[in-house]
Design a protein around this ligand. Structure first.
Ligand code: MLT
Length: 269
């Protein structure tokens, strides 16, 4: 794996690549900025890529007090200040990263130029999902992070990825099982308690692109399509042959979807 070096700003480790319009890449659970490996070169040709490790993941310390979607959205704005980004940024978030991108759009829309919401959803956890988060917290505490990673892995990628690109699963397993119990359990609590983003969707005035793997089992296409319909200036791209980790499973299609969105943003005054 070839990755940009880790740097630090605003209490977060991050990786940076490329030059041009700033683009913030927000990773999924329970991963790190390393999941953007197939994006650094391609997107770095058209943008200045900033990819933080969220608190307690990768090289970033735990947040104290524990983070919430809203507190982390504020910390990410501090991060942008510390890396001297004042120009509005394009935020690309996948799954948990998408929840955060929506929190940034709710709280700091003036700092954003556009949103890419990949394999994510606006719905909060229902009662069963909240109970499952609590169960996963106990599993991680009693049996370690690997136990929850093995339970998650089969759902994270499309069957075709599992058959033809087993290296993607190895990469996910390595990245996820290297995370700490404290980081993972803090994130599970933040995800469990996240607000319902649906009421705010109609208020998003930023150009937005929704991307979803056509075989995503965790945030399925019908859920992504509903979200896209509720956002006024939104375009939608389904990626065939991808599951939940569309950026890793179909990097060329994912990169093309982000690059074409950027091109539209650049051509619009
Ligand atoms: C993710 O990929 O970030 C997670 O599946 C999000 C979640 O568990 O809600």
């Amino acid at each position: 794996m070839s990755l940009p070096l880790i740097r630090f700003a605003a209490g977060l480790a991050y990786r940076e690549a490329g030059a041009g319009r700033p683009m913030l890449l927000l990773h999924a659970f329970p991963l790190s900025s390393a999941m953007w490996e197939p994006q650094f070169v391609s997107l770095g040709q058209v943008a200045r890529i900033l990819a933080p490790d969220l608190p307690g993941f990768g090289g970033s310390p735990l947040a104290n007090p524990p983070w919430t979607l809203d507190s982390l959205a504020d910390q990410l704005v501090q991060f942008l200040d510390d890396v001297h980004v004042q120009e509005p940024v394009v935020v690309v978030g996948l799954s948990m990263g998408g929840y955060l991108a929506m929190a940034m759009a709710r709280r700091h829309a003036q700092r954003l130029a556009g949103l890419v919401l990949a394999d994510t959803k606006a719905e909060p956890d229902d009662t069963d999902a909240r109970t499952n988060r609590d169960r996963l917290i106990r599993v991680a505490q009693e049996h370690g992070v690997s136990a929850i990673v093995e339970a998650m892995l089969p759902k994270m990628t499309a069957p075709i990825t599992q058959r033809t690109r087993p290296g993607v699963l190895d990469q996910l397993r390595e990245m996820a099982s290297g995370q700490s119990v404290a980081g993972v359990t803090a994130a599970l609590a933040a995800l469990r308690d996240r607000p319902d983003a649906r009421p705010g969707l109609a208020e998003i005035t930023l150009p937005t692109r929704v991307i979803v793997g056509a075989s995503d089992l965790i945030t399925p296409p019908d859920v992504a399509h509903r979200m896209a319909e509720a956002i006024p200036k939104c375009t939608l791209i389904d990626i065939l042959g991808a599951g939940h980790m569309s950026n890793l499973e179909r990097p060329d299609e994912f990169n093309a979807a982000v690059r074409s969105f950027l091109a539209v943003l650049q051509s619009t005054p």
